[in-house]
Design a protein around this ligand. Structure first.
Ligand SMILES: *Cc1c(COP(=O)(O)O)cnc(C)c1O
Length: 415
């Protein structure tokens, strides 16, 4: 980054500081990951300079022969990776991808059914302060507040009563396998469109370690930067029947020119995700999540649904006399990044809810295993138990740094 250092030493220094932070800290935020050098290199290229509004062979600008090649590779790889009929690789991020799906299939005011944010859903699945909740008539389903699990009978009951035009299935904080097939059966009973948002678990689906909604669902969106370990962005997969509506909705409906450098990086990410190594990585992510949740439970922590089938877990801190944001701040002091989380039926405010969410995608990319998960559970427990003891917190921070140094990010952070 010689040029950057010369032109803008302030931004250069900030980036170096962030590299240091990522290298020496334990990243347990379930939606974060470290991308490969290959993905990062693809992003920092001249493809950034191009305007290519439109689609392959039908652009509104000249000079898109190479971009067409890049976008075609991204599309074909996405289709092969997920077994989809059609892929649109232009969405700029997860929320805009979801907006494009709604614009393609709904009129303002139409009824949609999605999982409540406080039960693990996403803002773009109908939260009242989000465009989705403002534009459409969302009815929400939740999980069982006792078990933390989706109750398919209850969901069917709400669906038959409300008869939404779309049934949205997706989550940011649910740790169990989703019964995609039953959702499809329920949707068929009321002629609803099935829309899955697999932003969190796309990597695990691509790695073939958990079930995919793609064979059953009409439309599937995913971000590319979470478990999938690609650039920040998203894609939309759909059955042939919806391809024209989806493509028109992304452009010209919602977006302008695609980010071709990011499209290239998405293509690289799909190529990496189709390898045996990535399949092993995905299996290890789940193995580590199970190990971390077991180690925390052994230390008296309550995990929603008593464990996990995927890369994440939500810890209910109500028996620990500590709230989620407070835990987030204490853990940050020792170099462990996590995110606060509501728990189903939470009586606390979203700013400082009763739980925290932990995930293993990033630490697994570093090469950590179940042994390190037990160490991490120990660090978390010690930090939360001795939160008033600054000396002790400083010692835990040293141990966290030592552990991180044993798993350097040499393959992921460019030197
Ligand atoms: C992360 C996430 C998104 C949003 O992605 P952005 O790229 O942050 O807009 C959408 N849906 C779900 C389920 C997510 O977890």
């Amino acid at each position: 980054m010689n040029a950057l250092q010369k032109v803008d030493s302030e931004i250069y220094d900030s980036i170096k500081k962030e590299e240091q932070r990522q290298s020496l800290g334990l990243e347990l935020i379930a939606s974060e990951n470290y991308i490969s050098k290959a993905v990062m290199e693809a992003m920092g290229t001249v493809l950034n300079n191009k305007y290519s509004e439109g689609y392959i062979g039908k652009r509104y600008y000249a000079g898109n022969e190479v971009v067409d090649e890049v976008e075609n590779l991204a599309i074909e790889r996405a289709k092969a990776l997920f077994g989809a009929d059609h892929a649109n690789v232009q969405p700029l991020s997860g929320s805009p991808a979801n907006a494009a799906v709604y614009f393609a299939t709904l009129n303002p005011g139409d009824k949609v059914m999605g999982l409540k944010l406080t039960h693990g859903g996403h803002l773009s699945h109908g939260h009242p302060i989000n465009f989705s909740g403002l534009l459409y008539n969302f009815v929400q389903y939740g999980v069982d507040e006792e078990t933390g699990l989706m109750d398919m009978d209850k969901i069917r009951e709400i669906a038959l009563k409300e008869r939404p035009k779309i049934l949205v299935v997706g989550f940011s904080a649910y740790s169990r396998n989703v019964d995609w097939k039953t959702f499809k059966i329920i949707a068929d009973e009321i002629n609803a469109i099935t829309f899955a948002d697999i932003a969190h678990v796309a990597g695990l689906i691509a790695g073939k370690v958990i079930d995919s909604p793609v064979p059953y669902f009409d439309i599937v969106t995913t971000t590319t930067h979470k478990t999938l370990r690609g650039p920040r962005g998203a894609i939309i997969l759909c059955k042939d029947k919806y391809k024209q509506a989806i493509d028109r909705s992304v452009f010209p409906g919602l977006q302008g020119g695609p980010h071709d450098h990011i499209t290239a990086a998405k293509a690289v990410c799909f190529k990496e995700a189709a390898t045996k190594e990535f399949q092993k990585y995905s299996a290890d992510v789940i193995k580590n999540a199970k190990a971390l949740s077991a180690a925390l439970m052994a230390r008296g922590y309550k995990i929603l649904t008593d464990g996990t089938d995927n890369h994440l877990m939500v810890v209910d801190l109500r028996n620990k006399e500590m709230a989620g944001r407070d835990a987030e701040i204490i853990l940050d002091k020792v170099g462990i990044s996590i995110s606060r989380s509501t728990i189903p039926g939470d009586t606390r405010k979203a700013m400082n809810p009763s739980g925290i969410r932990l995930g293993t995608p990033a630490v697994t990319t570093r090469g950590m295993t179940d042994k390190e998960m037990a160490d991490i559970a120990g660090f978390i427990d010690q930090a939360l138990c001795s939160h008033n003891d600054e000396k002790k917190l400083a010692r835990i921070k040293e141990s966290v740094e030592e552990l991180c140094k044993m798993f350097p990010l040499t393959d992921f952070i460019p030197r």
